[in-house]
Design a binder for this molecule. Structure first.
Ligand code: FAD
Ligand code: DHB
Length: 392
């Protein structure tokens, strides 16, 4: 046991939230140690989100992390909504003056890890059995077994749980101190990454009687596609041919072809809306998926995680200098954006997915909504404003 390790901020989880927080703190001269249960290779390869709001791009640029993002990120000025056998374009530039950028979460994570390590930051990959103790004191303790098998004890001034929905940090807060709001959805997303140039210039969100489908992309040579599948389906039931056939049916449009290619990665993700509040208990703060998750249809999860830590870094800076006002407001400040995104993600999800057993009434209501958001400039502007994001 090494009982003498100290840091100002102990961070659990090297996803986008934990990594960006340690970088923003370092820029303010604040020392942190990041502990992560997976290997660096695993964190860098985990396929997840792909769309950055304008505010997230600005945040990464301001933090000095924009070089590769500016070179390789693909700016998109809108999306397509497909329904009723037609594909309608929503022009975000025209509606809001704003755009989004396609730049995969894997790339954001690679950039952040490389930068932290180049700056001398400490990231302990491959830790096991992390535990948080003495939460109500001024010196909470983060203990863990490092990758070499030695138990470590890290005395901190603050601990931040950035360890995702299934992490241990939220569970360290007494259940009676948290209010949980939660909703499940009766379907999942099957996602593939394919080595084939995208068949579209901008993302296609398709409503279809067989279920929702999304055509996204990662680069001029790589496509990312999603299918609504049953809640309990297994990836083994979906050989590549079956996935492409189903994507073909849902995106079908006269004169348009979906190009097929080798599938590089595939997986199924359940959908949930979840908000735990407050996002602070004593000297433990929660950020990103550790505190809240949204169904992916609105492309908000990654953006919310980045926005949380942009609020948290200056709040912790103040707190460590004896002023607790921003830290006291942290949870409420973040929750306003989180609830807006939670509503938008729920709205996009329920508008675009087929509920198992849905009747004709439900279908007509969804189609009426889709026709409205593509025909009314006011309704289209509302979608565009939410999709491109809120000011940071
Ligand atoms: P995470 O990225 O989850 O990072 C948490 C980190 O903590 C991980 O590295 C994890 O290994 C680590 N960790 C967990 N437990 C422990 C522990 N006990 N000790 C130490 N470390 C721990 N959003 C979109 O917008 N679009 C999408 O298509 C999309 N797809 C998704 C697919 C999946 C399978 C998942 C799970 C999420 C998806 N999301 C998507 C959501 C988006 O990726 C997340 O909102 C984003 O990753 C949140 O970042 P985070 O840093 O808060 O958490
Ligand atoms: C992607 C994921 C989303 O959830 C979304 O709404 C748009 C794009 C993606 O992975 O590219």
């Amino acid at each position: 046991m090494r009982a003498d390790m100290r840091t100002q901020v102990g961070i659990v989880g090297a996803g986008p939230a934990g990594l960006l927080l340690s970088h923003l703190l370092a820029q303010r001269g604040i020392d942190s140690v990041l502990v992560e249960s997976r290997s660096r290779e695993y964190c860098e390869a985990r396929q997840r989100a792909g769309v950055l709001e304008a505010g997230s791009v600005a945040l990464l640029r301001e933090a000095g992390l924009g070089a590769r993002l500016d070179r390789e990120g693909i700016e998109h000025g809108g999306i397509y909504l497909q329904f009723d056998g037609q594909r309608r374009h929503l022009d975000f530039r025209d509606l809001t003056g704003r755009t989004v950028t396609v730049y995969a979460q894997t790339e954001v994570v690679k950039d952040l890890i490389a930068r932290r390590l180049a700056d001398g930051g400490v990231i302990e990959f491959g830790v096991t059995a992390p535990e948080i103790a003495d939460l109500d004191s001024h010196r909470p303790v983060l203990s863990y077994t490092d990758a070499r098998g030695s138990r470590q004890e890290l005395t901190c001034e603050v601990i931040v749980g950035c360890d995702g929905f299934h992490g241990m940090s939220r569970a360290a807060i007494p259940a009676s101190a948290l209010t949980i709001r939660e909703r499940g959805y009766p379907y999942s997303w099957l996602g593939i990454l394919a080595a084939v140039p995208p068949s579209t210039d901008e993302l296609i969100y398709a409503y279809h009687e067989r279920g929702f489908a999304l055509h996204s992309l990662r680069s001029p040579l790589t496509s990312r596609l999603y299918l609504q599948v049953g809640r309990d389906e297994k990836i083994e039931e979906w050989p590549d041919e079956r996935i492409w056939d189903e994507l073909d049916r849902r995106f079908q449009l006269p004169g348009w072809t979906l190009h097929r290619g080798p599938v590089l990665d595939k997986g199924i993700t359940p959908m949930r809306s979840f908000v735990a509040a407050p996002m602070r208990h004593g000297r433990l703060f929660l950020a990103g998926d550790a505190a809240h998750i949204v169904p992916p249809t609105g492309a908000k999860g990654l953006n919310l995680a980045l926005a949380d830590v942009a609020v948290l870094a200056p709040a912790l800076d103040q707190l460590l200098h004896g002023d607790s006002s921003l830290a006291g407001a942290y949870s409420d400040t973040c929750l306003r954006r989180i609830w807006r995104s939670t509503h938008f993600s729920w709205w996009m999800t329920t508008m675009l997915h087929r509920k198992p057993g849905a009747d004709d009434m439900e279908t007509e209501l969804q189609l009426a909504q889709l026709r409205y958001v593509t025909a009314s400039r006011a309704a289209a502007t509302s979608l565009a404003e939410n999709y491109t994001g809120y000011p940071t």
